[in-house]
Design a protein around this ligand. Structure first.
Ligand code: FE
Length: 297
């Protein structure tokens, strides 16, 4: 009898994105949620908006809307987004910047293309991830972490073939500056052709990859996935393997996102994600009666 120590995670499935329109009509690719795949504990949603060339004066965004019970993580790759919220925060996100917003008990915010950008048009590309909050944090005071691109740690292998931007967690010796409520890993890897990255991911984490550009080979069995696909890993090892084949014509750009499952009931209704129906009814009531505030500046 032999005991095999499985360290490299295998692939549990490949998920295709659906195209949908959000806010005022921004085209997004969404691997989840959908009816056949509602969430991947602790993650509730992933949207890739663009890349799309916005015509002159036609930039779309998401006007005032509420959130309660989870976190929204916005990562801009191209273009500029302006945001405002009921806590009195306002800011602009440009290429490479990240906003980690812990909605907690509730905020009302707007996410719009910046005014000048809306006038001139241009390319918009970015991502939004929803991270669920554990019961103990759902009603916490809202919190914002806004990290400009220059402050997001990066690292690369000695041969320069693998580069990583560390938005949350740790990779290639670099540690994120963003603090998360529960352990989360959010890494943006870029691999040149013929490069392999092996990222440690603790066994208790749920882990997935979203392919932004190119086509790669993933997991112990080298499953193929490309642009717009999500690779789900089984919880059967402590490393995730990413490879860009030697015959690839372009770099492989992926997000590796992982987190410890909450294992709590998820009751969601649009922008509210709670543990019970009663808490959702309360959230709707609080929002309708202005208890999440409004944007009045
Ligand atoms: Fe929002």
């Amino acid at each position: 009898m032999t005991t095999q120590i499985q360290t490299m995670r295998t692939v549990a499935g490949i998920i295709n994105s659906v195209q949908t329109l959000e806010g005022e009509g921004m085209l997004v690719r969404r691997p989840f949620p959908k009816s056949s795949f509602t969430d991947f504990d602790p993650f509730l949603l992933l949207d890739e908006f663009g890349p799309v060339d916005v015509e002159l004066g036609k930039a779309k965004g998401a006007p005032d809307h509420p959130h309660r019970g989870f976190e929204t993580v916005t990562y801009i790759l191209e273009g500029r987004v302006e945001h405002k919220d009921s806590q009195g925060h306002a800011g602009k996100l440009s290429a490479g910047d990240v906003q980690w917003m812990t909605a907690g008990a509730g905020v009302v915010h707007s996410e719009m293309p910046d005014r000048e950008f809306a006038r001139t048009g241009g390319r918009v590309h970015g991502l939004q991830l929803w991270v669920n909050l554990p019961r103990r944090d759902k009603m916490m005071k809202p919190r914002y972490q806004e990290i400009p691109s220059a402050k997001i740690p990066t690292a690369q292998t000695n041969d320069g073939l693998v580069k990583v931007k560390v938005i949350a967690g740790e990779a290639l010796g670099a540690k994120a500056v963003i603090e998360t409520q529960t352990p989360i890993m959010y890494l943006h890897f870029t691999l040149q052709p013929d490069a392999i990255a092996v990222q440690p991911v603790p066994k208790e984490y749920n882990a997935f990859i979203y392919v932004l550009d190119g086509e790669g080979l993933f997991g112990a069995e080298k499953e193929r996935a490309g642009d717009g696909q999500m690779v789900l890993f089984a919880q059967d090892g402590e490393e995730v393997a990413i490879a860009n084949p030697s015959n690839a014509k372009s770099p492989l750009d992926v997000l590796l996102i992982a987190g410890v499952p909450l294992n709590e009931p998820v009751v969601r209704y649009g922008p509210f994600v709670m543990n019970t129906e009663a808490e959702i009814i309360q959230a709707i009531d609080d929002y309708r009666n202005g208890r999440m505030g409004s944007i009045d500046f």
